[in-house]
Write a protein that binds this ligand. Structure first.
Ligand SMILES: NC(=O)c1ccc[n+]([C@@H]2O[C@H](COP(=O)([O-])OP(=O)(O)OC[C@H]3O[C@@H](n4cnc5c(N)ncnc54)[C@H](OP(=O)(O)O)[C@@H]3O)[C@@H](O)[C@H]2O)c1
Length: 241
């Protein structure tokens, strides 16, 4: 764990040079690359040691982001409750403001979530979410009408967010890769075959990356460590420009 954390800390997070936060993809998958067995049914893939690592990773980032699909499926807390440290600011990608008002993030988290949405979202719904404490980040829509990640990262940099941990789910992780906005990854691999929801959303990924192997995003400076019964793989993401 110490090797991963010191590697995370060696990275340059000077916003004056970078103009956007440093983005880390941190998620757990099975041996076959599944994030869960069935969409909408939470599955604790990683062991207790890896869960502690995840909480330490959370504590080392300024903010943590998930897509609304994950909130609707898992109702995550996104806190660092298993370790001592600071909770990162939770952020949810939610262009249509589907976030239920009684989610853990709105009702139990000590920091109220920031909801990244677009200028096209419903005004009445914005007011309802703000009334229960959410802060809305109005971003440009992308070509699909989703939240433009470039626009969101610009906004976060202006708000002095230097490091952003992206925890999932599949569409969100894939969007960061497709848009080449993820800088590094820490992947927990649980030694199980699950045959469920693939980490890569093929619909988003396939049109962008060709079948030429050299063109796929990959890890450089890769590190490997055992963590309980899981394997942790980490490194800088290289897009093979
Ligand atoms: N194993 C793990 O580490 C892990 C971690 C997290 C989640 N998960 C699993 O992942 C599953 C959810 O994955 P998912 O792919 O369905 O959902 P997701 O990635 O959590 O959320 C995707 C949704 O976010 C919204 N969104 C807004 N802007 C976006 C953008 N630029 N790019 C991508 N999404 C954007 C879209 O909904 P709107 O169009 O409504 O805005 C989109 O459908 C759950 O089953 C959960 O258990 C596993």
């Amino acid at each position: 764990m110490d090797r991963i954390e010191s590697w995370l800390q060696t990275q340059d997070i000077d916003l004056r040079k970078r103009s956007r936060p440093l983005v880390s993809l941190c998620y757990a998958q099975s041996l076959d690359g599944s994030l869960t067995q069935q969409h909408g049914v939470p599955l604790a893939l990683s062991g207790s040691e890896s869960q502690i690592l995840t909480h330490r990773l959370r504590a080392s980032h300024d903010a943590i982001l998930v897509g609304i699909g994950t909130v609707l499926a898992d109702d995550p807390q996104l806190t660092v409750r298993h370790v001592a440290g600071k909770n990162p600011q939770p952020i949810v990608l939610d262009s249509r403001l589907r976030m239920p008002l009684d989610t853990s993030l709105l009702s139990r988290h000590p920091l109220k979530p920031w909801i990244a949405t677009t200028h096209l979202s419903d005004l009445q719904r914005r007011h309802e979410l703000m009334a229960v404490g959410a802060r809305l980040l109005l971003c440009e829509p992308d070509a699909r009408g989703c939240v433009s990640l470039v626009s969101l990262l610009q906004k976060l940099a202006e708000m002095q967010v230097k490091t952003l941990m992206v925890e999932g789910g599949a569409a969100t992780l894939t969007s960061f890769l497709v848009e080449r906005l993820a800088d590094r990854a820490v992947v927990t691999i649980a030694p199980r075959f699950v045959g469920g929801l693939p980490m890569i959303n093929r619909q988003l990924f396939a049109p962008v990356y060709s079948m030429v192997q050299a063109g796929f995003p990959r890890l450089l400076q890769t590190g490997y460590d055992a963590c309980g019964e899981d394997l942790i793989v980490w490194g800088d993401i290289d897009y093979g420009e």
